[in-house]
Ligand binder design. Structure first.
Ligand code: HEC
Length: 154
């Protein structure tokens, strides 16, 4: 049920991207780059607040943590849609190697999805930050494992 809903939402996003292509005359590749960057920006915006709680910079709020974990798990479904053929040049930090190593790239995305889903599950109804920290770290590692290889350094 949840996955079905996500697929529908992803479909709606892609249709919207196609409509935008027609309206703005941006190429499908330019739209794909914007799409995946937008998805990652939303992921960061939900991931960051959990990180602040893990580091003790912000007081732990179990409900907020669980909501952010759920959001990251849901959003983890989206970025892959934006990694289309020919979208590794222009206004992007994605390295061109992704095209040649798509299987490995997808595997790293899958690890991220699985770890994000596990964090969401662990956080649901949990008020034990210490118990959530190791799984949060696994998600953070899954971001880094991909960025280290497939994203240009700032
Ligand atoms: C499987 C690979 C992969 C995983 C997993 C991944 N990223 Fe990324 N991320 C990328 C790539 C590639 C880009 C560059 C996208 C572009 O510029 O087209 C990127 C870009 C970003 C950006 C910049 C977006 C922008 O506006 O340009 C942020 C922020 C980000 N990632 C955060 C995260 C966080 C947080 C996680 C984990 C919770 C994560 N990413 C997991 C590959 C990944």
């Amino acid at each position: 049920m949840k996955l079905g809903k996500t697929a529908l939402i992803a479909g709606a996003f892609l249709s919207a991207a196609m409509v935008m292509t027609t309206l703005s005359a941006a190429t499908p590749q330019e739209n794909a780059i914007e799409y995946r960057q937008a998805a990652y920006t939303m992921i960061r915006n939900h991931f960051g607040p959990m990180g602040a709680m893990v580091k003790g910079e912000v007081e732990f709020n179990a409900e907020a943590f669980a909501k952010n974990a759920q959001a990251v798990a849901t959003l983890s479904q989206f970025p892959l849609n934006g990694f289309i053929e020919g979208s590794y040049e222009g206004d992007t930090a994605a390295k061109p190697e992704i095209a040649a190593k798509m299987e490995d790239f997808k595997a790293k995305m899958e690890t991220f999805k699985v770890e994000a889903a596990n964090l969401a599950k662990a956080a649901e109804g949990s008020s034990d930050l210490a118990a959530l920290k190791p799984q949060f770290a696994k998600v953070a590692e899954s971001c880094k494992a991909c960025h280290d290889i497939y994203r240009e350094k700032d």
